[in-house]
Write a protein that binds this ligand. Structure first.
Ligand SMILES: O=P(O)(O)OC[C@H]1O[C@](O)(COP(=O)(O)O)[C@@H](O)[C@@H]1O
Ligand SMILES: [Mg+2]
Ligand SMILES: [Mg+2]
Length: 335
């Protein structure tokens, strides 16, 4: 670990020394990081910058948008549109894909993002973040279409998030482990602060919204029941619980000290496979977690193997410490 390796230098080394990423991808990641820096400044200003509160609009998911959802989305689009590395973008906040307009420099990558994750925490000054995922546009001379995005998460070529908390932290994988960078506000750059992040295989800490307990499916209910029995129950150990309601922050804790995160399917809206979005949340987080030695599943299937059927597809999510994710899977196979 070194305090003086900037994100730029790290990426150049990944490109030149290790041959892991092409220059176009390196530049794309730098543009995303620059956009996140801009969002971080807006978050920091809070009420002084007029960024708190609700906008008078709904997104494609039927959710009321916060001002910062819209601002973050615009910052990411504006920064990346001119970058020259992209064919198109897709966002949790936009109904349709956003192709790079004709006349702008065109590239071969597809960028997907949740511009502002943890929207319900914006106004209460709790950590939030931006999650992103990069795919390659399938080879074809035809104009980019929505179906080009329908690739399983295992096809991702880069994924990460930027956490706007007490520190602004960028967490990245290009398929070579997970690295963390902290924003130095005085210098205006991200610096490497942790490499080769590893999630412990075992844990005694779970994250789930317990208020949904009565709506859960039997395997999830049985798993949590057993955890709650602590040393006297079948797990033979006490469990702690955390729920921040910003997936980005819950995942950051898991990458830092282990744990398991669950947002499972439940009976409130049985037709929906889950609350979280496959391509903007589950895939990038799932890949980061796997790259750090953890696991990510729906309870019955590896998330990164799912072939999306639609842009805003939702999914049930169980991710974190490997042995614990497998344990949850065993409750599903008992059915
Ligand atoms: O309020 P709930 O149901 O506990 O949901 C919290 C979850 O919803 C999310 O906020 C969804 O993300 P958005 O804020 O991007 O819509 C996750 O970050 C979080 O884990
Ligand atoms: Mg989100
Ligand atoms: Mg969001």
């Amino acid at each position: 670990m070194s305090q003086n390796i900037s994100l730029t230098r790290y990426l150049v080394e990944q490109q030149r020394v290790d041959g892991l990423i092409p220059s176009q991808l390196r530049l794309l990641i730098e543009v995303v990081a620059r956009a996140c820096k801009g969002i971080s400044h807006a978050v920091n200003k809070g009420a002084l910058g007029g960024v708190l509160g609700t906008a008078d609009s709904e997104n494609v998911q039927g959710e009321i948008q916060k001002k910062l959802d819209i601002i973050a989305n615009e910052v990411l689009i504006e920064a990346n549109e001119w970058g020259g590395h992209l064919a198109a973008m897709a966002s949790e906040e936009m109904e349709e894909i956003h192709a790079v307009p004709n006349g702008y420099p065109q590239g071969e990558y597809l960028l997907l993002f949740d511009p502002l994750d943890g929207s319900s925490n914006i106004d209460v000054n709790v950590s939030i973040g931006t999650i992103f995922s990069v795919l390659k546009k399938p080879p074809s001379d035809a104009a980019v279409v929505e179906q080009d995005f329908f690739q399983p998460g295992k096809n991702q070529v880069a994924a990460g998030y930027c956490l706007y908390g007490p520190q602004t932290t960028l967490v990245l994988t290009v398929g070579n482990g997970v690295a963390m960078f902290t924003l130095d506000r005085e210098q205006g750059s991200f610096f490497l602060t942790q490499e080769n992040v590893q999630i412990p295989a075992d844990t005694q800490e779970f994250a789930i919204n317990m208020s949904n307990m009565r709506h859960w499916d039997t395997p999830v209910k049985n798993y949590i029941d057993d955890c709650l029995q602590g040393t006297e129950g079948p797990r033979g150990k006490d469990f702690n619980m955390r729920w921040i309601a910003s997936m980005v922050t819950d995942v950051h804790r898991i990458l830092t000290r282990g744990g398991i995160f669950l947002y499972p399917w439940d009976k409130r809206e049985p037709g929906k496979p889950g609350k979280l979005r496959l391509m903007y949340e589950a895939n990038p987080m799932g890949w980061l977690v796997e790259q750090a030695g953890g696991a990510a599943s729906t309870g019955t299937q590896r998330i990164l193997d799912i072939v999306p059927q639609k842009l805003h597809e939702r999914v049930s999510v169980v991710l974190g410490s490997k042995n614990e994710v497998e344990k949850v899977g065993s409750y599903f196979s008992k059915l």
